[in-house]
Design a binder for this molecule. Structure first.
Ligand SMILES: Nc1ncnc2c1ncn2[C@@H]1O[C@H](COP(=O)(O)OP(=O)(O)OP(=O)(O)O)[C@@H](O)[C@H]1O
Length: 227
């Protein structure tokens, strides 16, 4: 279980970004963290990962093995001449004893075993994203955290990735936390939403979120909100 209590956070010399965040994630849940741009979703993830320290409050975490899939373009230089297998091998060498799966096996899970010798620059955006998900799975995590996995990728890859995540969650019982702007996918996959706005957060049921927040903006016409 992950439990966040009375968490406050601000970047240095900036106003408080997160104010009294209280939030739990139980094993087997799929939580989508939603909210407008700049509301602090990725910052909350960095706090959960231990990359940032709260100004005050606590984060207790009994998951044994967290893995993180960052926003797609954050760390990818597609001009660098490196193959899929080399990327996964680098990660394997760095993480060593935390690696519990074979490269071939994770690529097969993502339906791309034949791409292991392909240069990263020759992959589509969706395939790149799958490589980073495969990388995260090398450690056989019990908590998988993703930051906007469908950002900037084609629709078919989005469908593949969300089906894959739903399967990991429902059938492999992997706990998932996903920073999300894709409300249709979030609605389909999530057990609950954590909505952050103006520094405050609250847990809500996906259908209730759509009703409360989307309908208040758009009236009854919510059809075009998804994807
Ligand atoms: N390292 C940093 N130093 C100072 N300010 C930062 C830093 N990283 C993010 N911020 C600021 O904190 C705020 C929240 O950023 P964050 O990336 O957490 O938001 P977000 O909700 O994930 O946004 P988006 O949906 O656009 O990805 C933004 O105003 C951002 O500019």
């Amino acid at each position: 279980m992950l439990k966040i209590k009375h968490l406050y956070f601000s970047y240095s010399n900036k106003p408080e970004l997160l104010k009294d965040i209280n939030f739990s994630v139980n094993r087997g849940e799929y939580i989508s963290i939603i909210g407008s741009n700049g509301s602090g979703k990725s910052t909350l993830v960095r706090l959960i990962l231990g990359l940032l320290k709260p100004s005050s409050g606590t984060i207790s975490n009994s998951f044994q093995n967290m893995a993180y899939v960052p926003q797609r373009f954050n760390q990818l230089n597609t001009h660098f001449p490196i193959t899929v297998k080399e990327i996964l091998n680098c990660y394997k060498n760095v993480r060593k004893k935390h690696i519990h799966k074979e490269i071939k096996d994770v690529l097969t899970l993502l339906h791309m075993p034949e791409e292991e010798n392909t240069l990263i620059g020759q992959l589509s955006g969706g395939q790149c994203q799958k490589v980073f998900i495969a990388r995260a799975l090398l450690g056989d995590p019990d908590l998988l955290i993703l930051d906007e996995p469908s950002n900037g990728i084609d629709r078919q890859s989005q469908i593949d990735i969300y089906n894959f995540l739903a399967n990991l969650n429902k059938n492999e019982k992997m706990t998932v936390i996903c920073v999300e702007h894709n409300l249709q996918a979030a609605l389909k996959n999530s057990t609950s939403f954590y909505h952050i706005e103006k520094g405050k957060g609250h847990v809500c049921l996906p259908e209730k979120y759509i009703k409360e927040y989307i309908k208040s903006d758009l009236g009854e016409n919510t059809e075009n909100v998804y994807l």
